[in-house]
Design a protein around this ligand. Structure first.
Ligand code: K2U
Ligand code: NI
Length: 184
């Protein structure tokens, strides 16, 4: 099972690489890895398992965070409208996005970053992504607000981008005028 020891922390080169496309159909090894990533996120939200293994709660995980240089991500969360998202995805790709932006008023964190980084992280308010799921099915997901933020955070990891790369260096709380908060 994946635990916090398997998660690389900022400064590790894996977090700044562009991950490789996964050959499809996926090998048994890639499918097992992605399934373990999804299980880790579910475990991180189970108080008992979390306490027993010292996990940090998360809603998503990207393969580079466990030093696997492949375009795979797992998410497991319910958005603010109680819509559930639970996916292991191969080769996710943003195929369109809104001009309108969004952000979390709390800022963002990261399982690979053991410190608070204050500031707003402006992201597209709506995105449409295409990917292949754990069952080998092509999926097309239209995402908005918190769900859009989570998937963008994870897809960033596949491109060597950290959340704080998006924070305005001069004024961490500066926002583009077309940004609306996802959590208010
Ligand atoms: O990729 C990761 O490090 C997992 C992050 C993803 C994430 C961070 C901020 C905003 C959206 C997604 C962890 O889930 S950070 C912990 C967390 C837990 C619940 C809600 C938001 C963030
Ligand atoms: Ni992260």
């Amino acid at each position: 099972m994946i635990t916090m020891e398997d998660i690389v922390r900022e400064g590790h080169p894996a977090l700044r690489k562009k991950a490789e496309t996964v050959a499809l159909p996926p090998t048994e090894e890639d499918t097992n890895t992605l399934s373990e990533m999804l299980q880790f996120i579910k475990n991180s939200q189970d108080e008992e398992v979390c306490d027993r293994y010292g996990l940090r709660p998360g809603v998503g995980l990207a393969a580079p965070q466990i030093d696997v240089n492949k375009r795979m991500l797992a998410v497991h969360f319910t958005d603010l409208n109680e819509k559930e998202y639970s996916y292991g995805l191969f080769n996710p790709k943003i195929i369109s996005h809104s001009v309108e932006m969004t952000y979390l008023s709390t800022g963002e964190g990261c399982l690979s970053v053991d410190r608070e980084v204050p500031g707003y992280v402006p992201r597209y308010r709506r995105i449409t992504i295409k990917a292949t799921d754990l069952n080998g099915e092509e999926v097309k997901l239209r995402l908005k607000d918190f769900a859009s933020i989570v998937f963008q955070h994870e897809i960033d990891h596949l491109n060597g981008v950290m959340f704080y790369d998006h924070i305005n260096k001069e004024d961490p709380y500066a926002l583009p005028e077309n940004a609306v908060p996802a959590d208010r």
